[in-house]
Design a protein around this ligand. Structure first.
Ligand code: PPS
Length: 573
């Protein structure tokens, strides 16, 4: 790869590749000398810390993926893009590319000033020559950007720019954002074009994907390559706003493995950062233009497992713009597997009454999350070998047992008994996050208002999710009186491993009779305010996996019940 800021001596061998959108590939990187000059001068400039989405946009702008843009849109270009999907000069451009900032930031800025654009560590990646400061009508924007100009039907809006003031102006790029992962697979458009030219490709079909590729995708892409007589570019999409259950490290490793399966010289792999993926028509069009700038002539799209979430309506809607965009959208064929013939065929070509096998996205996800092996007909062994360790079986996954209940209900006693039983069984690290202990060490400054209780439970949830993610067992035993907060904790932890909510439903009068700490008496006297069950609410859970009442069971029995539940669910296999 060519480091930024150096002259490219090698001639661009990419003349026979498709021309970039607008004719010329933009490169906003500066020479080393200019970068040093800008760094020096930036000491007197205001700074903006780029959000993760803005970082991606700057990277795409700076490297030329957004050619012909040389910076953020001025207000007139913004309005033309919003209303007509064109820059003022008539060039097709589907989405506003402006820098959205807060009002506080905008107050200290004026046109003509320079703004340092920094990453989260304060490194200056570029500078903006501010030409324009304007306040967009965000409601109108959300409405207009969800569809194509003149089209009444509203689709899914692109991810909102959340800050109310937009800046426009030219950018100079001082250095590319720092990526410690997959450096050899990250390319600017010029770098990728050089690679494609070396391969001797003219026609390039891109397969942009957010998911690992399996045999069906291999077949789909191979068919597309043969039919179009094109080279295949697997564009592994990585972005800050993605909501994938498979992290990008695992996905890209899968792509790296599968690309070796293609006949020599037919396929290559690159990682492409993307700002957002709502699947709306304008985003699809932008993605086509970005691909074109990377040298791509055809883009595979579809709702198949593995393709990005592009809505079918979007594919139809953008059809009339594709000639102008210069890129063709290729719908991937729906294929099914015939086990008796050991081959994939197009769905409608499967012989009548032939046995066919399919695994859809829902089943795939379920199999992975449950740690079940993927069948050999579905995925290549090298891909399975990468995916399976990323989704260990439940018996090797971490989990959290979250007790909730009134003060004195017996949560801590059962939690302690459970901890000891799990330690006795061995093989796992076990951490007890008891209400009292947490309040001593983690939440010592907090009281018992709703706000403070929520903060306390969220802290417990965060620690438990980290423990769970790393394969450990967390046992939590706070009162956790609010349902919504418990649900948030459940969703945070479920992404990392198992979650079992146990409601210790010992009745209030029994808890009060026990009154081991004398707190109920004080609460009745009004000495302690906001006491759960007396002067503060306890919202009973309706979603608990287990309910137990310690007026009817001993702590040992209760702990044993939890152990049995964990065994049944496969966590203690
Ligand atoms: S919460 O609501 O989940 O944040 O509460 P938690 O962190 O579990 O703390 C509960 C323990 O604090 C003592 N305590 C009170 N509980 C409830 N309400 C009020 N106002 C209060 N003031 C002090 C009480 O001893 C709880 O301990 P446990 O172990 O539950 O009996």
């Amino acid at each position: 790869m060519v480091p930024w800021g150096q002259e490219v001596e090698e001639p661009l061998l990419s003349d026979h590749l498709i021309a970039p959108h607008g004719g010329e590939l933009v490169d906003l990187s500066t020479s080393a000398a200019r970068a040093a000059e800008l760094r020096e001068a930036s000491r007197d400039w205001p700074s903006w810390d780029l959000t993760p989405r803005q970082l991606v946009e700057l990277e795409l702008l700076a490297g030329g993926a957004y050619s012909p843009l040389c910076g953020y849109l001025s207000e007139s270009d913004y309005l033309a893009v919003r209303d007509r999907m064109r820059l003022v000069d008539g060039t097709l451009w589907p989405l506003p590319t402006s820098l959205d900032v807060t009002e506080e930031m905008a107050e200290v800025l004026e046109p003509g000033m320079r703004l340092a654009l920094r990453d989260s560590e304060g490194v200056m990646l570029g500078c903006l020559d501010i030409a324009d400061i304007y306040q967009p009508d965000l409601l109108a924007e959300a409405d207009l950007l969800a569809r194509l100009p003149g089209d009444g039907t509203s689709g899914r809006p692109p991810a909102a720019r959340r800050r109310p003031v937009y800046l426009g102006g030219a950018i100079e790029s001082v250095q590319p954002p720092v990526h410690y992962d997959f450096g050899d697979l990250r390319h600017t458009p010029a770098e990728l074009r050089r690679e494609l030219a070396k391969l001797g490709w003219r026609r390039v079909v891109a397969y942009p994907t957010h998911s690992p590729m399996h045999r069906v995708h291999f077949e789909q892409t191979l068919r597309a390559v043969k039919e179009l007589e094109a080279g295949l570019l697997i564009h592994s999409l990585v972005g800050p706003e993605e909501d994938s259950y498979i992290d990008h490290f695992t996905r890209v490793r899968c792509h790296r493995a599968i690309v070796k399966r293609y006949p020599p010289g037919t396929a290559t792999l690159s990682v492409l950062p993307v700002a957002a993926t709502s699947g709306g028509p304008r985003e699809l069009l932008l993605s086509a233009l970005v691909h074109r700038n990377f040298g791509v002539t055809d883009v595979m799209v579809g709702q198949e497992v593995g393709n990005p979430a592009v809505a079918n309506e979007s594919i139809e809607a953008v059809g009339s713009y594709m000639d102008e965009a210069g890129v063709a959208l290729v719908s991937s064929e729906t294929l099914v597997y015939l086990p008796d013939d050991d081959r994939f065929v197009a769905g409608e070509q499967a012989p009548l009454r032939a046995r066919v096998l399919e695994i859809d996205e829902v089943e795939l996800r379920q199999r992975l999350v449950e740690g079940r092996r993927l069948p050999a007909w579905f995925t290549f062994p090298e891909v399975a070998d990468i995916l399976e360790p990323a989704f260990p079986p439940r018996s090797r996954q971490g989990f959290t047992v979250f007790f909730t209940g009134l003060s004195g209900s017996g949560k801590s006693t059962i939690a302690n008994a459970l901890k000891v039983r799990l330690l006795e069984m061995g093989g796992r690290s076990v951490t007890l996050l008891d209400g009292d202990l947490v309040r001593k060490h983690l939440s010592s400054e907090l009281g018992f208002s709703r706000e403070h209780r929520d903060l306390n439970i969220r802290r417990i949830g965060f620690v438990a999710s980290e423990i769970t993610k790393n394969g450990g067992v967390a046992i939590c035993a706070p009162i956790a009186p609010y349902d919504a907060t418990r649900k948030d904790v459940r969703s945070m932890i479920s992404r990392a491993g198992g979650f079992v909510l146990v409601h210790v439903a010992t009745p209030l009068d029994i808890c009060e009779q026990r009154d081991r700490k004398g707190l109920y008496a004080k609460a009745r006297e009004g000495v302690i305010k906001e006491f759960t069950g007396i002067s503060d609410p306890y919202e009973e859970p309706a979603d608990a996996e287990m309910v137990m009442d310690t007026s009817e069971t001993t702590p040992e029995e209760a702990a044993q019940e939890v152990i049995l539940h964990l065994e049944r669910e496969g966590y203690l296999g």
